[in-house]
Design a binder for this molecule. Sequence first.
Ligand code: ZN
Ligand code: ZN
Length: 295
Amino acid sequence: MSRAVRTAVGSVAIACAVLALKLGAWALTGSVALLADAVESVVNVAAAAAALAAVRYAAIPPDANHPYGHTKVEYFSAVLEGALIVLAAIVILQEAWGAVLTPRAPDQPAAGLLISAVATAINGAWAAVLFRRGRAAKSPALLADARHLIADVITSAGVLVGVALVVLTGILWLDPLLAALTALNILWSGWRLVRESVGGLMDEAVEPDLLARIRSAVSVNAEGAIEAHDLRTRHAGRLTFIEFHLVVPGAMRVADAHEICDRIEAALKAEVDGAVITIHVEPEGKAKHQGILVL
Ligand code: ZN
Ligand code: ZN
């Protein structure tokens, strides 16, 4: 089992454990806010299972049918997860409205809050693990999972505070109010997740600072060439595709031009993890006198 698959399996297990705890907290208290919090965990279980399927599929090497590999599947998982986050937020808003209409005080609040706090701590710890592993593996699915869990931790914290305040003050409408506020926060995180993943699906260019590093790696290592132009970049999960035209003197031997390409490719692979590079060599008549100048 690869590290990514082990992580995804861990997510499914954690999500199930947290769901069980939160259902327990709801059963003890009968609080709608805690029920809404548990609903969010049902979404976690589904999302973690979807992410597991995506990570397994993304690891399949390129084949005749998918010559660029299968890494983009992670964006589908992230879009699905974003949609689920939005759905969970709507469910929570609905529950909050129900609690506004028929307010009631929670039973056994201390036990319920304690169990919910334990579940929230587990989620928070696992989110930190996912952020670290997701960054290391450049996996949008893992980072999406981590952000989802953070959103979950924030909701749970809001719900915990709300239920505690309801118990302490006896003001019953505080409970749905805090649940609604945290639902809005979840909506925002779901929107950002969808936005980012759609960017990946639409072949958005790499971030400006990475682009600057790519341009300087080409420039510094292209000695013997005249210029590089038409640089295009895109991410596909953990892979980063880089392609451009390299203008060389028309009389240069193919072997010499290829040597320059190999040098640039080695430098780019050292600079960018998972770089997949395509260079199109042109004679000097094709120079555009713009783009990357060779130093
Ligand atoms: Zn060209
Ligand atoms: Zn070659």
